[in-house]
Design a binder for this molecule. Sequence first.
Ligand code: SF4
Length: 445
Amino acid sequence: MDTSLAIRERLDSIAVKGKQKKQIKCDTDSIAGCVSQRACVYCGARVVLNPVTDAIHLVHGPIGCASYTWDIRGSLSSGSELYRNSFSTDLHEEDVIFGGEKKLARAIDDLVGKYKPRLVFVYATCIVGVIGDDLEAVCKAAAQKHNIEVIPVESSGFIGNKAAGYRAACDALFRLINSGETEKKKNDPKINYLGDFNLAAEAWIIKNYLYEMGIEVNVTFTGDSDYMALKKAPEASLNIVQCAGSMHYLARKMKDRFGIPFMNVSFLGIEDTSDSLRKIAAFFNNDEITRRAEALIDKEIRRIEPLIRGYRKKLQGKKAAVYVGGGFKAISLIKQFKELGIDVVMVGTQTGRREEYEVIHDLVNEGTVVLDDANPSELERFMLEKGAHLLVGGVKERPLAYKLGLAFIDHNHDRKHPLSGFVGAVNFAEEVYSTVCSPVWRFIG
Ligand code: SF4
């Protein structure tokens, strides 16, 4: 691969699988001057917290930051719909000069008066970090005044990268659950499911699988969660972590504080879904749970394998590029594409961790480009150079693919169909087929 055109400081973040193994540079701040595909710290925090359904999500900052709403995330609720509102203190020039604390206190008073929530998250944005509003003090005073929980989320956009936002959200969640009482029965088949935001009902699909195995999901962090359910989080005997990038930090804190062990899982693709269900069953060391898990896996694989086989035949020889938020998703996608007979020729993430890049390196074929925190020009260049037919990404990558005349799959949080579990594996295969084999590409010269 000719990397001569890449910005020099970016070269350590790009590797090509070959004879010499290169440790990719990752989990660092983006290079100034690069138009990174990453979202900001505040957006990272919002990804994690916004699915808490009965909370007020109040963005302390200018109105633009609040444009990041439920509408571009799409997590579903079985109860309250309060989280679908986006509230902002709408800071103006005057507030920047004289401070926004009074305006924030008034906004909390108004919202509590109108919606009577038990929980308010107050997100810090860039400008709040710059002017130095004391969020902690305002939230503490509001909590005492209204006798509810008002939790500051320290997510000023400039304090790091998107991963810092994940940690800020986890700190806020930990603060919430750390004040509850624990009543845990040893080895009770009750788990917390971390890192699923119930996009297109995905958390419900996995919850049903676990129910079929005889395991109760105590609470999901944070898809379809609410104040009361989150408070009971310490009662679980196991934390399973899907989106490790966002939730590993919280899982570690819960292990240290409540002694809850955790394991990484993934419910993307047949292989990872089956392995994860088996791992969970093995943890409980219970013959009945194991038997039920095997019966479920067997039933589902029998049902979907002929469908996957049909798509696999049609997709032979196609090449895919992957650029997603976290490492766990990239790893599962590589395996999923293998199930479909597709070679992944470029793979990257916004917030992948070193150990995840090690796994990615081992999974891909020689010549595959692996890159962390990419910019559009790198994505374009490597997709063309490697002859990709398809890009899997999020909302920011979609126009890039279409401009290049490539098929695209949205694996982001605004999609409306589930890609998790066995049902998701079929949806994914169907979507890959319909976009890659669409007749529209014939008309692009
Ligand atoms: S927090 Fe900062 S970087 Fe993030 S959207 Fe607001 S102004 Fe932009």
